[in-house]
Design a binder for this molecule. Structure first.
Ligand code: PLP
Length: 403
């Protein structure tokens, strides 16, 4: 095994050699990461050579269809599931909207759902609307001070009326990793499905969804070095059991029942670029290793690097008694999405940081319920494995100058 090779990693991202971006340290990765060169090249090639209706019997159409099938199979391998479990849709928000329609058709008045208020609105809004049609909504509430969730509270909400639990793998504000395996198994024991928003977790190492065991796991590829679309993983036969949301004549295809928008062919095909990038990370750092363990070892490689990057940032924040860090201060139990309240509007501080060529942002990041409950006005600095120690140092210095 090789030590984490930052130079190699950054060479996979054209943004780092783009003259117009030179000098900028990018800290809005939770909003959207830089795409890997593999993603850009797959998109370009598809648009150049294969941008026709796929799966027809002429070669450049058949090849396009093959790329789309390959993308599902390759992402499935990284996520520890099978190809038929992977669905691509326009975005996580749109995918959840469709899921909510599907679930509602199989529910009756008096059924209940559990929503965590730690969620981004994407995993709340479409579900919460069910209350207008006689579904009881129960709230799994984050602590107003720390923002974290307690599994004991979930236990108290679960009973035989509950049909589903919607929770984040990790909040885009509080950033602590929730125990998805426990959420899934406790929900299942009560007869409820688990719907996990993994958008804020997946960029930090693709999860083994098969092992974690939720019924549905979602994330957004544009935050995972890929094209702008949503990825939805369904487990078991849930895609066949939920009410069909696609065209009636497609009902027999589980892969078409929950994605009525129809595929964006080029973006689906470009998901091969995400798999290419993760494969390149694996081949470079673990030459000759068995393919079977790649998901876990690359996940650990990224998390260890991110913990190294996050530690000095958290040390600095601890040294300031005028700054409130939202979420835990232990780098091992959170991802490097760092939201802080400095007593001034986050957007104002972000504007001041931009003067120092630090690209960050402030606001509620669509986790409005959580941010209001925590009475915060956050600035968010979010980074990933490709961020350099020098950029972290610059962000700390700039923060020190502006707050
Ligand atoms: C945690 C989280 N969940 C869901 C979403 C929504 O994702 P999409 O833009 O794919 O709808 C976001 C987007 O920022 C997010 O940060």
């Amino acid at each position: 095994m090789r030590d984490f090779d930052l130079e190699f990693v950054r060479s996979q991202f054209p943004a780092f050699s783009e003259p117009s971006l030179e000098g900028w340290a990018f800290f809005e990765n939770a909003g959207g990461s830089y795409p890997a060169r593999q993603t850009i090249s797959r998109l370009t090639e598809f648009y150049t050579r294969m941008k026709v209706q796929p799966y027809a019997p002429y070669p450049f159409s058949a090849e396009g269809g093959q790329w789309m099938d390959d993308a599902k199979a390759r992402m499935a391998a990284w996520l520890g599931v099978s190809s038929k479990d992977v669905h691509f849709g326009p975005s996580t928000t749109a995918n959840i909207y469709t899921l909510a329609s599907a679930f509602r058709e199989s529910m009756r008045e008096g059924d209940a759902i559990i929503l965590s208020d730690q969620n981004h609105e994407a995993n709340i809004g479409a579900w919460a609307r069910m209350s207008k049609t006689g579904i009881e909504v129960r709230w799994w509430e984050a602590d107003p001070e720390t923002g974290v969730l307690d599994l004991g509270d979930l236990d108290r909400l679960l009973d035989s009326k509950v049909r589903l639990v919607a929770a984040p793998h990790c909040s885009n504000i509080v950033a602590a990793e929730n125990d998805v395996a426990e959420i899934a198994s406790r929900a299942r024991a009560a007869g409820a499905a688990s719907i996990i928003d993994g958008v804020s977790a997946a960029p930090h190492g693709l999860p083994n969804v098969g092992e974690l065991g939720p019924d549905i796991y979602l994330f957004s590829a544009y935050k995972v070095y890929g094209p702008h679309q949503g990825v939805m993983v369904t487990r078991g036969d849930i895609a066949s059991r939920l009410a069909n949301q696609g065209h009636f004549f497609n009902a027999e295809f589980p892969g078409k029942r929950l994605t009525p928008a129809g595929p964006d062919h080029a973006q689906e095909a470009a998901m091969n670029g995400v798999a290419d990038y993760f494969d390149a990370l694996d081949a470079h750092h673990f030459p000759g290793a068995e393919p079977a363990g790649k998901s876990a070892r690359v996940h650990n490689l990224l998390r260890e690097q991110e913990t190294r990057l996050l530690t000095p940032m958290l040390d600095y924040l601890r040294s300031r008694n005028d700054v409130r860090l939202l979420g835990p201060s232990d780098a091992k139990i959170r991802v490097p999405t760092v939201a802080i309240d400095c007593g001034k509007p986050g957007e104002e501080i972000a504007a001041a940081l931009a003067e120092h060529k630090i690209a960050a942002w402030g606001g509620d990041f669509y986790s409005k319920r959580l941010v209001e409950k925590m009475k915060a006005d956050p600035l968010r600095l979010s980074f990933v494995h490709y961020t350099s120690p020098n950029e972290i140092e610059r962000a700390i210095k700039a923060l020190d100058a502006v707050i």
